[in-house]
Write a protein that binds this ligand. Structure first.
Ligand code: MSP
Length: 667
């Protein structure tokens, strides 16, 4: 039996999950479901990456001890995957004991093989990308994210990465599929060709990590720790390595394009050093953009999957992401596009086809699948549908094998469109009213042909839209779609007399208000600030109109303080409200124009329920002035108004008892 081991990246718990994370997880889930339907012994792993200084700081900012914070955020990821119907076989947390044991075993193996030594590191480090940055001056920006790097001077353990340059280059040339798509492969090849330096793989300046075996004053570099999850979850280094022996090496590590270097250079080098087999393939997809930027917590432009789940359901999000974005390239998300696709392809497309076909079988044939009559006329039209369906099965398979999800779905939906056209042209509702033998035979053929094509589409797209297809399958009276053998799928399997179940619509049409409802839900979603955001505000990248979260009592974080440098990165200034008005269609938002002394800023703030606009004119307020602009309801917000969060989350604006000049900075 073929095995298939697929992994998502393990997600950082410095922020709550959003649809960018869901994108990778959904793509993996779709692959895993498909492989299971094809009969492969599939193992699908996901999890959370919980160590590192930026996670520790996020916990501090949220007012929680890191153990509690990571429990909470990790659970949020897991819950979201459960709500989205993600069929992961295991969920690994890097703070778990089994992971720690595995990382230490891997470290020891690499060390015993002679690839770890102690040395001195003096250089610059980006805590957000967990990246050592060569040749940067103090505070120089990280080449990945632009945030200021921190100067590090430590005695560290080093990994002899330089010893693997030639071996890696040989790997890339001998296994061209090791890195996909090709553009990413080329980038990696040129990076490795330009020379590899040994890599610092331990830190002694903080404790939130896996202790280095034999030297607990050091913790393992988070990327060595994180990448190891792919083997520790299988029991590497434990008493029971049976899963490891069965599933390793991974068939596919799916990742976002920003972590290609870690997966395609460091990971194979670590594995080579430990003498372990290498993954078969690493597939990098592009970024999900929102308002033209990569969706990310630090930019403040995230969309939560929960909102879409609540309004349109999980299948809508799954379908949209895989259909709309060309896998491998960046793609944009918008609520308008989501609703448009939902209505066009799901409600009016497959949903409508299922309901009209199955309803007519119920009405005209007492809910039993009729048999096509070979004698009935119009065979060309029937044959054309049969041929397209058989062709779709073959092509869909090959497109999926190349991870061309959007083209595969396009193909399936062109079959849906052909069947729709076929139904319109053959007018079964007219045939159904004609009481002669010939019309009845023709009606049976038309409905059989439509139903059989629908069954084929349903089976093909089940891995993408599992909930709706499960329901359609049940309405067909075919049992559990999850156990259907996809490799056997072909025209003509739908048996005469199959008794249909109760026919119900699977995708109700979304009305115009759906977009607005989702936008409002997002604008009103509570979002706790995290330390991960604070430093990024030094460069113009974050933005929010929201009032800050209620701070927890400082005692909860007595041991975790931020430095004055962290505080000074947030630029708070005194401003005076010149204009205040309601934002149309948004009950909670006000549009303000605030004079910061020499500069008037437009700020969109979620305070409309607490303050009537006219009461704010002339009032002095505090503005976080160095947030990146953010668009809300089409209006650019250039800063955040500072407020305390009183009972029930009611914002109370910060103000002064004495007079203060406009533009004065709060320190
Ligand atoms: N913890 C590391 C990965 C360690 S894997 C051994 C990490 N975590 S992360 O939380 O930042 O998640 C990164 C992954 O989430 C990306 O590689 C990508 O798969 C997914 N995405 C997060 N935001 C995304 C978008 N806006 N668009 C597309 N994918 C996104 O890096």
């Amino acid at each position: 039996m073929k095995k298939f081991y697929i992994t998502t990246p393990i997600y950082y718990v410095n922020a709550r999950p959003h649809i960018g994370h869901a994108y990778t997880t959904i793509a993996c889930d779709t692959m895993a479901r498909r492989q299971r339907m094809l009969g492969a012994d599939t193992f699908f792993l996901t999890g959370t990456d919980e160590y590192g200084v930026h996670v520790e700081r996020a916990a501090i900012a949220a007012g929680r001890p890191p153990e509690q914070w990571t429990d909470e955020v990790s659970a949020a990821f897991r819950q979201l995957w459960d709500r989205l119907g993600i069929t992961y076989d295991d969920f690994i947390r890097t703070t778990s004991e089994r992971h720690k044991r595995g990382v230490q075993a891997l470290w020891s193996k690499i060390r015993d093989n002679g690839f770890i030594y102690k040395g001195h590191y003096s250089g610059h480090y980006c805590i957000y990308d967990e990246l050592y940055v060569d040749s940067a001056g103090p505070g120089a920006p990280c080449p990945e994210c632009g945030r200021p790097t921190e100067t590090v001077q430590e005695e560290n353990y080093f990994f002899r990465l330089s010893a693997f340059q030639e071996k890696l280059l040989r790997l890339y040339s001998e296994q061209p599929d090791f890195i996909r798509p090709e553009t990413r492969r080329n980038e990696v090849v040129s990076f490795v060709r330009s020379g590899l330096r040994d890599l610092s793989i331990s830190r002694s300046s903080f404790k939130w990590g896996v202790p280095v075996p034999g030297d607990p004053g050091h913790v393992v570099y988070v990327w060595l720790d994180a990448l190891s999850n792919y083997v520790t979850a299988l029991g590497y280094g434990s008493e029971d390595p049976s899963r490891f022996e069965k599933y390793w090496p991974a068939d596919l590590h799916m990742i976002g394009k920003e972590i290609v270097r870690f997966h395609c250079v460091y990971w194979p080098a670590f594995l080579m050093a430990a003498g372990l087999p290498l993954p078969k393939s690493i597939l990098a997809h592009g970024w999900l953009l929102f308002e033209e930027n990569k969706m990310s917590k630090s930019r403040g432009n995230i969309v939560r999957a929960e909102t879409i789940l609540e309004v349109l359901g999980g299948d809508a999000l799954r379908y949209f992401l895989l259909r709309e974005i060309v896998f491998g390239q960046d793609g944009s998300f918008s609520f308008d596009a989501l609703v448009q696709r939902y209505n066009a392809d799901l409600a009016n497309g497959i949903g409508n086809l299922a309901s009209r076909t199955l309803t007519m079988i119920t009405r005209y044939f007492h809910g039993e699948v009729p048999y096509p009559s070979p004698a009935a006329a119009h065979q060309t039209a029937d044959d054309a549908i049969r041929k397209s369906a058989n062709q779709a099965i073959a092509e869909y398979q090959s497109l999926f094998d190349q991870y061309q999800f959007s083209r595969a779905l396009e193909l399936a939906w062109s079959l849906v469109a052909s069947v729709d056209k076929y139904i319109v042209e053959n007018e079964p509702w007219v045939l159904g009213e004609e009481a002669n033998e010939q019309s009845r035979a023709r009606l049976a053929t038309v409905l059989y042909t439509s139903a059989e094509a629908l069954r084929i589409v349903t089976a093909l797209v089940h891995p993408v839209i599992p909930q709706a297809t499960r329901r359609i399958w049940t309405q067909f009276g075919l049992g559990n779609i999850g156990t259907f053998d996809l490799s056997s799928l072909k025209w003509g399997q739908l048996q005469l007399g199959t008794k249909l179940g109760k026919v119900e619509p699977v995708f109700p049409r979304a009305d115009k208000s759906a977009v607005e409802r989702m936008q409002t839900m997002e604008e009103e979603a509570p979002r706790a600030a995290t330390a991960a955001e604070a430093p990024s505000q030094a460069k113009p990248s974050a933005g929010s109109h929201r009032t800050p979260a209620v701070p927890s009592p400082p005692s909860a974080v007595a041991n975790h303080k931020i430095s004055i440098d962290d505080f000074t990165k947030v630029e708070m200034r005194v401003g005076e409200v010149k204009v205040a008005e309601r934002v149309q269609g948004a009950d909670k938002l006000l549009r303000l124009e605030v004079d910061l002394g020499g500069e008037v800023r437009q700020v969109v703030a979620g305070i409309a329920e607490a303050y009537a606009p006219e009461t704010l004119i002339g009032r002095k307020v505090v503005i976080v002035a160095n947030l990146a602009p953010r668009k809300l309801r089409g209006l650019e917000s250039n800063g955040m108004i500072v407020a305390a969060s009183a009972e029930g989350g009611r914002p109370v604006l910060a103000s002064f008892l004495e007079d203060v000049p406009l533009g004065a900075r709060l320190k």
